[in-house]
Write a protein that binds this ligand. Structure first.
Ligand code: PNW
Length: 470
């Protein structure tokens, strides 16, 4: 019999509140920085915003029905902070209507045997906190307010939610939001992103400390963070400068978050290049930050080839390319410029994370946006061959990492359950295994949804071995 994933393997789809919920101003929800940002002219490619998105605040029962249809055992979604606390702060009013919405949603998931994986922060900071003190830039205030918000979630949902993710992709929060300015709140520059990243790490760590002290015992759950990284491969495999460049690239993308959280300090290559713009942890903070994640949450989509050079400090002064030395492309090109299919890179990244941090790995996002899918008629869109090629390769890479390399991979969440608001790309880029017609909100599963359902039903071991199994 072919090797399988263990019987407790977790698989499902991931989404995020601002990308799917819509209903931005109903039932007491306060605005977030993404409402403000997407309503500003010129920020979103197609001029759209998340006011309606996939209307999931109203159509959530349909989403759960889709999850059932796709055969998952888990679902990763995020909570909108400003639905629970419209202004966001620890002294601000709690919105019981918002609390009740997620309560009902979680209860329904559990009733359907779908395990909830809840992200506390997927980029939608309450606008009130940005207005009153500059949000993530204000260390004292944001740590207290984030921890208070997290505690509210543990208190209200922790009897049913046993898997918490404090932050989704701090790299995107800090770099895309505070250096490139392409994500909310749209700041540009070379200083703020290091400060914001530092405060996100601390907010994560203090929330985890609180969870462990007060909730983990009685509730029996786990809590961690999700980091994002592509795999970086030397452009010329055996050339020493390329190997060094690839390692430095990883230190700047992944290590700048993972090293403090799992080891207690920033990578030396980052310290050397960023100097005193990189904040320092006090001894007291190191104790809180080091070891502050029960698992390694990983979002990953692609691999890039790396060579030495260039002026991009945030990348660690290395250059990325998809073009091999012989002129060929690494893999199939997606709709977005930063993504090509390359399963061997995924397997290498899983091995790297396991070897470097020795933590169970939860793949919390992985997925593909088919090129020009937004321009095709429905009867063609549903035959999403490039997405199937991608999932086939990436799912098998997980299987090999687990069964041949001995990497402890515990979960696989595909991005995404359905097409949704793809941030600065608006609705032009579609990552869903379910097609959404935005004029009617009608949902139609694509072939990739059926592919994943079949693949996981065939590759997760049965819970009880029967005698007929060979
Ligand atoms: C992730 N990049 O974001 C997010 O967690 C999702 O909300 C998002 O929809 C998904 O991936 C697809 O993009 C990323 O520029 C955004 O390399 C940008 C990048 C990577 C991931």
């Amino acid at each position: 019999m072919a090797q399988k994933l263990p019987s407790d393997f977790v698989w499902g789809f991931a989404t995020a509140s601002y990308q799917i919920e819509g209903s931005h101003n109903v039932d007491g929800r306060g605005p977030s920085i993404w409402d403000t940002f997407s309503h500003r002219k010129g920020t979103i490619k197609d001029g759209s915003n998340g006011d309606v998105a996939t209307d999931s605040y109203r159509l959530w029962r349909e989403d759960i029905a889709l999850l059932k249809e796709h055969g998952v055992n888990a679902y990763r979604f995020s909570i909108s902070w400003s639905r629970l606390i419209p202004l966001g702060g620890r002294d601000d009013t709690v919105n019981e209507t918002g609390i009740a919405f997620y309560r009902q949603f979680i209860e329904e998931l559990v009733k359907n045997s779908i395990t909830p994986y809840v992200t506390l922060y997927h980029w939608d900071l309450p606008q009130g906190l940005d207005d009153s003190y500059g949000g993530w830039l204000n260390k004292e205030e944001i740590i207290k307010d984030y921890t208070h918000y997290a505690e509210l979630c543990f208190t209200r949902y922790g009897d049913l939610v046993k898997n918490w993710i404090t932050f989704n992709e701090p790299w995107c929060v800090s770099v895309l939001g505070y250096a490139n300015g392409v994500f909310a709140p749209g700041h540009k520059g070379d200083k703020e992103n290091w400060i914001v990243a530092h405060h996100v790490i601390l907010s994560h760590a203090y929330a985890v400390r609180l969870y462990r002290e007060k909730f983990k015992g009685p509730q029996g759950g786990q809590i961690g963070i999700t980091l994002d990284s592509q795999w970086l491969e030397p452009w010329i495999i055996l050339r020493r400068v390329c190997i060094a460049a690839a390692q430095r690239g990883i230190d700047f993308k992944l290590g700048r978050f993972a090293d403090p959280i799992y080891k207690g300090y920033y990578p030396s290559a980052v310290k050397a290049m960023i100097g005193d713009r990189l904040p320092e942890f006090t001894d007291e903070e190191v104790k809180v930050v080091k070891g502050s994640s029960d698992f390694f949450g990983l979002n990953t989509y692609t691999t890039q080839l790396v060579k030495e050079g260039g002026e991009d400090e945030i990348q660690g002064k290395v250059q990325y390319t998809f073009v091999r030395p012989d002129g060929s492309q690494l893999g199939t090109q997606a709709q977005v410029p930063w993504l090509q299919t390359y399963p061997p890179g995924f397997r290498s990244l899983l091995n790297y994370v396991w070897k470097t941090y020795q933590m169970p790995v939860y793949v919390t996002e992985n997925g593909f946006a088919v090129k020009d899918e937004n321009t095709l008629p429905l009867d063609e869109v549903v035959h999403d061959k490039d997405r199937i090629e991608y999932y086939d390769g990436y799912a098998n890479a997980v299987l090999q990492a687990v069964t041949e390399d001995g990497v402890q991979v515990k979960s696989y969440f595909a991005w995404s359950l359905l097409d949704n608001f793809e941030w600065a790309d608006g609705y032009e880029t579609r990552f869903g295994v379910t097609y959404v017609d935005y004029s009617t909100q009608k949902r139609t599963p694509k072939d990739s949804a059926r592919f994943l359902k079949k693949w996981f039903s065939e590759h997760i071991a049965a819970r009880f071995c029967t005698e007929t199994e060979s």
